[in-house]
Structure formats: structure tokens, C-alpha cells
Design a protein around this ligand. Structure first.
Ligand code: NAD
Ligand code: TDX
Length: 334
């Protein structure tokens, strides 16, 4: 594999994947195709060598633009998505355009160009919530919010494309991902940056005991890479962190790391349709040789330290559009 198109490569996990490719495979060239929505940020890839990393601003919902970018690439790895559940509850039009139409465009362009590999990065949320045990790749989809429904829709479009046209589609379903460069709307960077600033954290009341399985961002990147290079077209691979924690446990850990006490917790109204627990079994991907490397305690400590040491990165994000969103999302949420 010599030239890889990464869509959404200016986002959180996409940029980690770009950096992973460049440091792991000296022969690889990366074309990074990203719309630069509110979540896209060229600061995330500013260390990348311009001789091996080319940036193209564009929208995967624009068929001609994505096809032009894919021409000459051996593989496309799609991270581009609208990704925040709470925003999808406010309105999901953009989610459908990117997460469904955008995926269809990538599949169509791959068919026309004969692209050798099409990897779609998806999520454990497509299974829905599970009280006990873990979902395997054979479990049925059961998305329960607009974001996860749009991701499930994109998956079905792509898998049907594989069945109908033989498009070499591979899907990964990752669990909740954390680490440096995550936009501070997601729970971990939101709570850490609020605590650094001496502000309370808005913990969803009724969701304190909900469980998420935390996956270190570079482990997610290596999981996607394993599926890309060793996976079989038409197959789905779960990428699980193996670190299930209740939200209240995570919150107390972040309070401790940021030197704050429990008075910094502000219980707010729960998310509508809040999925109780995500849990997936990653044996299939582990069978291809993948193992996550980062212990949870160490990863969370490194994440808190990174936000403490990199205020240049997030202070300029927590202005303008972000503050407007934060007010709408939390101000009246009693
Ligand atoms: P993110 O929100 O940080 O980044 C998304 C990126 O996609 C941004 O750079 C944005 O500009 C770009 N983008 C959005 N719409 C686009 C469009 N129409 N055309 C081109 N670029 C567009 O997201 P993330 O957390 O890095 O997630 C990346 C992928 O991983 C997504 O597909 C998401 O569904 C999936 N995923 C995320 C998690 C998680 O916990 N963050 C877990 C499992 C799976
Ligand atoms: O302010 C908050 N308070 C709170 O209690 C926020 C933002 C979240 N939460 C809770 C809700 C969830 O139980 O924390 C948990 C994690 O929430 P998010 O960070 O919004 O992530 P989640 O909804 O679990 O979805 C994430 O993982 C799967 C990503 O955003 C998705 O893109 C990914 O597919």
C-alpha cells in the first residue's frame, strides 16, 4: 500500500491514524481529505511531513470532489463523520448527508476507480445498548439515537455495495475513544478542560452508572490499520478498549487527576434515549494479531496531562461556536 486517502484526517481519530501511518510505514503517502467542519482542525496534523502528507479540503457528500481525491490511491479509509450524539439530537440533517450519502459516494467512486480497499470506520453504537455480555460482529444492529442510526445506515449502504458490486469494503466498529486532540464536546476533554478552568462538569443525572468501554486513540488507529491490511472484504471487525467504566467512576478519576473535589460535579438532565452500556467482543480483530497497548489508568493520566500542557490547542476552540453550543446544550439543563 503506497498511497492512502484518509477522509476526516483533521479530526481526532483520523489525525491519529494519519500520524500512525506516517511513523509506521516509511513508504506510505497520505492524502488527507477533510471538510474542516467545527471538529476539523489542521493543528492536529501540523507536525506531519508535507513531503508525505497532502491536505485537500473537501466534502465526502460531494461526489466529484471525493472521486477526484481518491484517484490514484490504493485505499480509502473513511473517518469523516458527524460524530457527537448530543448534536445529532439537536438536528441530524448533516449527519445523514455525511454518514450516509458521503459513504455511498465513497463506495461509488471506489467502484468506478477500482480502489483496492475501502475501510469504513464505524462505531459500537450501531449495536445499541446491552445490559450484560458483549456484542459480536454477528449481533444485529439496533441503533437508538440519530447519530448511531446514521452510522448504521452508512454501514448497510456499504455492505450492500460489497454484495451487489463486489466493492472491497471492510468495516471497523470502535468503542469510546480517548486521548490527545479530541474536540472538547466529548465527555473526557470537556470535563478535563472545565476542571482545569475551575468550572463544574455537567454529569448526566440518571446516567452516572452508564458504562462506556474506553479505547486509547492510538490503539484505535492500530486496530483500523490491522483491519485495513489484514481484514477480509465484506467483513466487520469490533475494536474494543476492554476498559469498561461507569461514568461516575470516570468522573471521580478526572476530579482526582485535576485536583478537584466532588463539589465540581453538576448533575444535569439526562440525554434523551441515553444508551446504558456499550460492550463489544474484539476476538475477531485480535485473531488478526491486534492487541490494545494502553492501560486505562495510564491513558487517562496522559490525557489529563496533555490538556494541561497544551492549552494553546484547546483554548482557541473553547470560544465562538463552541460557547454558543455549550450554552444551548447545558445552560437550561436542570
Ligand atoms: P471528529 O468529530 O473528531 O472528526 C471528524 C472529522 O471529519 C473532522 O475533521 C471533520 O471536519 C470531518 N468531516 C465531517 N464531515 C465531513 C464531510 N462531509 N466531508 C469531509 N470531512 C468531514 O471525529 P472522531 O471522534 O475522530 O471520529 C472519527 C470516526 O470514528 C467517525 O467516523 C466516528 O463515527 C468514529 N468513531 C468515533 C469514536 C469516538 O469515541 N470518538 C468511537 C468509535 C467510532
Ligand atoms: O456533558 C456530558 N455529560 C455526560 O454525562 C457528556 C458530553 C457526556 N456524558 C456522558 C454520556 C455518555 O454516557 O458520558 C458518556 C460519553 O459521552 P460522549 O463523550 O458524548 O460519547 P458517546 O455518546 O458515548 O459516543 C462516543 O462514543 C462512540 C462518540 O462521541 C461517538 O462518536 C462514538 O461513535
Amino acid at each position: 500500500m503506497k498511497k492512502i486517502l484518509v477522509t476526516g484526517g483533521a479530526g481526532f481519530i483520523g489525525s491519529a491514524f494519519v500520524r500512525y501511518q506516517l511513523r509506521t510505514y516509511p513508504e506510505v503517502q497520505v492524502v488527507n481529505f477533510d471538510k474542516l467542519t467545527y471538529a476539523g482542525n489542521l493543528d492536529n496534523v501540523k507536525e506531519c511531513d508535507p513531503a508525505r502528507h497532502t491536505f485537500v479540503q473537501g466534502d465526502i457528500a460531494d461526489r466529484a470532489a471525493i472521486q477526484a481525491a481518491m484517484a490514484g490511491c490504493d485505499a480509502v479509509v473513511n473517518f469523516a463523520a458527524d460524530t457527537h450524539v448530543d448534536r445529532s439530537i439537536m438536528g441530524a440533517t448533516d449527519f445523514i448527508a455525511t454518514n450516509c450519502t458521503g459513504v455511498y459516494n465513497i463506495c461509488e467512486a471506489a467502484r468506478e476507480l477500482g480502489t483496492a480497499r475501502v475501510l469504513l470506520v464505524s462505531t459500537d453504537e450501531v449495536y445499541g445498548s446491552i445490559r450484560e455480555g458483549s456484542f459480536t460482529e454477528q449481533s444485529p444492529q439496533g441503533p437508538r439515537n440519530p447519530y448511531s442510526a446514521s452510522k448504521a445506515g452508512g454501514e448497510l449502504i456499504a455492505l450492500a455495495h460489497h454484495e451487489t458490486f463486489g466493492t472491497p469494503v471492510i468495516i471497523t466498529r470502535g468503542s469510546n475513544t480517548y486521548g490527545p486532540y479530541q474536540y472538547p464536546e466529548k465527555v473526557m476533554p470537556l470535563f478535563i478542560t472545565n476542571l482545569i478552568d475551575g468550572e463544574q462538569v455537567p454529569l448526566y443525572q440518571g446516567g452516572e452508572h452508564n458504562v462506556r468501554d474506553w479505547l486509547w486513540v492510538d490503539d484505535h488507529a492500530s486496530g483500523v490499520d490491522t483491519a485495513l491490511r489484514q481484514g477480509t472484504p465484506g467483513q466487520v471487525y469490533n475494536v474494543a478498549g476492554g476498559n469498561e467504566r461507569e461514568n461516575i467512576v470516570l468522573t471521580h478519576k478526572l476530579l482526582e487527576l485535576c485536583g478537584r473535589d466532588a463539589s465540581f460535579i453538576r448533575l444535569v438532565k439526562d440525554r434523551p434515549g441515553h444508551d446504558f452500556r456499550y460492550s463489544i467482543d474484539a476476538s475477531k480483530l485480535r485473531g488478526l494479531g491486534w492487541t490494545p497497548q494502553m492501560p486505562w489508568d495510564e491513558g487517562v493520566a496522559q490525557t489529563a496531562a496533555w490538556y494541561r500542557d497544551n492549552e494553546w490547542w484547546w483554548r482557541k476552540i473553547k470560544t465562538g461556536e463552541f460557547l454558543e453550543y455549550y450554552r444551548k446544550q447545558y445552560a437550561d439543563r436542570k
